[in-house]
Design a protein around this ligand. Structure first.
Ligand code: SF4
Length: 316
C-alpha cells in the first residue's frame, strides 16, 4: 500500500535549552554524589518524561521544602524559588543545590537592584507560574505587582508613578509582552526596565523558528507539557503566524490523526523542556503512516552552555 506524501518541517532551534540541560545534569550529578534519594522541590523542568526518568534513578519530587527530610540533599527547580526557600533550607542545615536557570537568576538580581534603588517593581508574568512566584518572592510579600495583560496595566495601583521598574518572566510570548511593555510605558513614561524584556534567548529563538515555519504548514505540533509556559506560547505563536491547526502534544500517542487527515505539510517543534527523544518518537509515528520528506527550518544556531554549581564540580 502506498503511503501518502507529507513534508515535515522541523524547527531549529527546538527542544532543550541550556537552563534545562543544566538543571537535569544537576539532579543526575547530585544522585551520583550523594546517592538516592535526592529530593527535588517542584518538577525540575516541566516535562513528565524527564521527571519520570529522574524518579526512576532515585529523585523524589515534592512541592514544598517542608516535604523534605533534613538529612537528604534537595535541589531547587530551574524555574527559581522565592528567597524564603533557601533561607528555610539554611535554617534546617540542609544540603541544597539551586538549579535555577542563570537567566532567571539574572532577573532576580535585576528586581532586587531596582528595589534597592527605591523603585517599586512590576512583574509581567503568569499568575501562579513557579517562575513568577520565585521572582516575586525575591522581595517582601506585596512589594511586586503582577500584570499579565495591557488591561491589567490600566488598573494597576502603584505607590508613585515616577518611581517604577519592571521585569518579565523569561518564557512569555515576545509579541504579547511587547504590548504589555508598551502599555506600561504609555501609562508610566518614567518606568525603568530591561532593554526590551527579560524573555530568554531560548524562548525568543523557538518563537522565531515557529514564525518562519508556520506559513508553510497545514498543521503544527509542539512537543511539550501542558504546564510548560514556553511550549504553550509556541502553540499560540504558530496559530497567530498563520497555521490553522497548532496543537500541543506530550508525545506521539497524543497525536489526533483524524484531525491531520488530508494534510500534506506539518511543522514540528518542541518546548525548551522537551527532550529530543520525544520529537524522534513523533517523527517516527509520521514515518509509519506517511511517505515523509524532512525539511529543516533553521532561524538560529545556539551554543549557550551553563556550568553546574561549584558544589557539584569540586571532587567529593
Ligand atoms: S527557557 Fe530560558 S530561562 Fe527557562 S531554563 Fe531555558 S534558558 Fe533558562
Amino acid at each position: 500500500m502506498t503511503r501518502p506524501p507529507v513534508t515535515l518541517y522541523l524547527a531549529a532551534p527546538r527542544g532543550f535549552c541550556a537552563g534545562v540541560d543544566r538543571a537535569i545534569k544537576i539532579v543526575e550529578m547530585a544522585l551520583e554524589r550523594w546517592g538516592a534519594p535526592v529530593y527535588v522541590r517542584h518538577e525540575i523542568v516541566h516535562n513528565k518524561f524527564v521527571v519520570d526518568g529522574l524518579r526512576d534513578k532515585g529523585a523524589v519530587f515534592v512541592e514544598e521544602l517542608s516535604d523534605c527530610p533534613d538529612d537528604r540533599p534537595v535541589i531547587f527547580s530551574a524555574h527559581g524559588v522565592p528567597k524564603s526557600v533557601p533561607k528555610a533550607a539554611e535554617a534546617r542545615q540542609m544540603v541544597f543545590v539551586d538549579a535555577t536557570c542563570p537567566l532567571v537568576s539574572k532577573v532576580h538580581i535585576e528586581a532586587q537592584r531596582h528595589a534597592e534603588n527605591g523603585l517599586q517593581m512590576i512583574m509581567i508574568g503568569h499568575a501562579g507560574h513557579p517562575e513568577t512566584v520565585g521572582t516575586m518572592g525575591q522581595l517582601p510579600e506585596g512589594e511586586v505587582l503582577l500584570v499579565e495583560t495591557p488591561q491589567d496595566v490600566a488598573t494597576v495601583a502603584v505607590r508613585d508613578p515616577e518611581r517604577l521598574a519592571y521585569v518579565t518572566q523569561t518564557t512569555l510570548s515576545v509579541d504579547d509582552t511587547a504590548d504589555v511593555v508598551a502599555a506600561l510605558k504609555a501609562r508610566f513614561p518614567r518606568i525603568v526596565g530591561p532593554h526590551k524584556e527579560d524573555i530568554c534567548y531560548a524562548t525568543t529563538n523557538r518563537q522565531e523558528a515557529v514564525k518562519a515555519m508556520a506559513p508553510k504548514c497545514d498543521a503544527m505540533l509542539v512537543v511539550g507539557a501542558p504546564n510548560s509556559s514556553n511550549s504553550k506560547r509556541l502553540v499560540e505563536v504558530g496559530a497567530r503566524a498563520g497555521c490553522d491547526y497548532a496543537q500541543l502534544v506530550q508525545r506521539a500517542g497524543d497525536i489526533d490523526w483524524r484531525a491531520l487527515d488530508g494534510i500534506t505539510s506539518i511543522g514540528i517543534t518542541a518546548g525548551a523542556s522537551a527532550p529530543e527523544v520525544l520529537i524522534d518518537e513523533v517523527i517516527a509515528a509520521f514515518e509509519a503512516r506517511f511517505d515523509v520528506t524532512r525539511e529543516l527550518v533553521e532561524t538560529a544556531v545556539e551554543n549557550v552552555e551553563f556550568k553546574v554549581p561549584r558544589v557539584l564540580r569540586v571532587p567529593a
